[in-house]
Design a protein around this ligand. Structure first.
Ligand SMILES: Nc1ncnc2c1ncn2[C@@H]1O[C@H](COP(=O)(O)OP(=O)(O)OP(=O)(O)O)[C@@H](O)[C@H]1O
Ligand SMILES: *[C@@H]1O[C@H](CO)[C@@H](O)[C@H](O)[C@H]1NC(C)=O
Ligand SMILES: *[C@@H]1O[C@H](CO)[C@@H](O)[C@H](O)[C@H]1NC(C)=O
Ligand SMILES: *[C@@H]1O[C@H](CO)[C@@H](O)[C@H](O)[C@H]1NC(C)=O
Ligand SMILES: *[C@@H]1O[C@H](CO)[C@@H](O)[C@H](O)[C@H]1NC(C)=O
Length: 459
């Protein structure tokens, strides 16, 4: 099934030389850039004038400071590379198998491998021009992630730290303007593995040198242009915004080290297409709106009649996802993704978990609506949850142990770990109520992957 992947990357490695030549050319063009004081513009030799005044000023300073020498690191293509093994191991049931040692290897590689280039992510580029973020600087930066390419051709999505671990999201924040948290991204991967779902791409924490591992190696002029040196002499760069404009906010190294999360890239869309499907329990992304599920307690009956929720495992998969999001407190699951190759019963990807773990003192029961309203759960999921509620395997203990292996440990504060136990109790109580009302055969559903899941123990 995945033979194409190998072929694709071999072809890609042949292109490296051509690319390097192109980058050299581009580098020349950058160094020929001119700052036109009269017109307040920076224009490259190829006459692309992009930047606002303030950013231009930073650009000039940053450019002078770094003297625009792009560091070129050698790249090697290794068919045994851990990220490639990860791609090849993806199945219809999960992103990796319970026994797969290459995942730990992948985590180590993402922690240590030399970063050879940095760029905005594809979806960030797609937003280009969607809003003008060049006006006000205020502390509500929303959206900042970079694609980092590693020495072995692996790719990771980097999300820098935006919020201290002990800070709680203010009560009055709407979920869609909340911060993205790098530690939530890391913790979500561990939680997903502990739950034996294996639907979150591997994530590790890492200190990134903003100067040496982003600014000096990026071939993207625009990314270079958002770098500047802060009054405290730290190297910083700006974010772009998604929903709310005029809110642009810098992140800074200390003086150039910045902690963040590294999430392993999934196989490219061209070789392993995915589709993004609106969550039937989507929230209204406005200040006043209400969705039908919020007002109609019988909403699930409607969903059950609709394709693809009317057969197979899809609805049970949605309920798994709701339980996962409830445990992390993530209210932002507006869409979910599946690989098209595996058809309707393939697993749901749980990517983008950075909006979880915002508030430990509050359990957002509405996230659990799919479970509460449908009163169904996979037998394998329930089995796992019950196990993690026992004192020998307490969820918070297993999580603490699992997270202690991350370079950024402690990834979660004790308060967040305790909240996991409390929320797990809420889930089990909800299932208990359903069983009482409808009887176990109605509520606890045997799913077809059970046999392969129950036997694998967590690590
Ligand atoms: N681990 C991940 N977490 C979140 N999003 C991811 C992850 N891996 C991939 N994506 C998203 O999938 C999208 C498409 O990936 P794809 O690899 O096709 O993009 P790409 O950068 O054009 O890659 P390439 O240039 O190597 O083909 C990207 O926008 C990226 O944001
Ligand atoms: C660099 O600029 C020259 C024109 O001065 C242009 O022909 C060339 O395509 C540019 N190269 C890149 C990579 O932009
Ligand atoms: C940039 O570096 C080169 C050599 O590394 C040096 O000759 C040149 O003067 C430097 N330019 C600036 C603007 O510092
Ligand atoms: C970060 O990278 C820069 C440029 O490569 C280097 O000068 C600096 O010493 C590095 N900082 C740390 C803490 O490694
Ligand atoms: C930052 O660096 C400049 C020049 O190197 C120096 O003059 C200034 O005092 C430094 N500022 C701080 C806050 O360290």
């Amino acid at each position: 099934l995945w033979n194409q992947i190998v072929l694709f990357y071999i072809l890609k490695s042949l292109h490296v030389q051509t690319l390097t030549l192109m980058f050299k050319e581009k580098q020349k063009n950058i160094s020929e850039s001119k700052y036109d004081i009269k017109r307040d513009q920076v224009c490259s030799a190829s006459s692309r004038c992009l930047l606002s005044y303030r950013l231009k000023k930073f650009y000039i300073e940053a450019a002078a400071a770094s003297n625009i020498t792009i560091t070129d690191h050698p790249v090697t293509f290794d068919p045994e590379a851990s990220w490639l093994q990860f791609h090849l191991g993806i199945s219809r049931y999960a992103l990796y198998s319970g026994e797969d040692g290459s995942i730990d290897r992948l985590l180590r590689d993402m922690q240590t491998a030399t970063v050879i280039s940095a760029d905005f992510t594809q979806d960030e580029k797609a937003l280009k021009g969607a809003c003008d973020c060049s006006q006000v600087v205020k502390p509500s930066g929303l959206h900042l992630k970079l694609a980092l390419k590693l020495q072995d051709f692996g790719k990771a999505m980097f999300k820098p730290m935006r919020q201290e671990r002990h800070e709680e999201t203010p009560e009055n924040f709407f979920y869609f303007v909340d911060f993205q948290r790098h530690n939530a991204e890391i913790a979500a991967f561990h939680l997903d593995r502990v739950l034996d779902f294996r639907r979150v791409p591997p994530v590790t924490g890492r200190f990134i040198n903003v100067t040496g591992e982003i600014l000096d190696i990026t071939h993207n002029e625009e990314l270079r242009s958002v770098f500047f040196t802060s009054p405290a002499n730290n190297t910083c760069f700006f974010a772009k915004c998604l929903y709310v404009c005029k809110s642009e906010y810098a992140v800074c190294g200390h003086p150039d080290l910045l902690e963040g999360s590294m999430s392993a890239y999934l196989p490219g869309l061209s070789i392993a297409p995915r589709i993004s499907i609106p969550n039937p329990w989507i929230r209204a992304y406005s200040f006043t709106g209400r969705e039908e599920w919020e007002v109609n307690p019988l909403y699930c009956d409607n969903v059950k009649k609709l394709y693809p929720y009317n057969s197979g495992n899809r609805l049970l998969n949605i309920i798994d996802m709701a339980i996962f999001d409830f445990l992390t407190g993530n209210m932002d699951r507006h869409h979910y993704e599946i690989f098209t190759k595996f058809g309707d019963d393939g697993f749901l990807l749980h990517v983008d978990n950075a909006r979880g773990f915002g508030r430990h003192s509050h359990d957002e029961m509405s996230i659990l609506a799919p479970l509460t309203q449908c009163c169904m759960i996979k037998r394998s999921t329930l089995f796992r949850l019950k196990l993690l509620a026992q004192s020998e395997y307490r969820l918070s203990d297993v999580m603490r142990e699992s997270l202690s292996r991350d370079p950024l440990t402690p990834v979660l504060t004790e308060d967040h770990l305790q909240a996991l136990d409390r929320r797990l109790g809420q889930v089990l109580r909800t299932v208990g109520k359903c069983v009482k009302k409808l009887g176990e055969p109605q509520v606890v559903i045997t799913d077809f992957v059970e046999s392969s899941r129950v036997t694998t123990s967590h690590r």
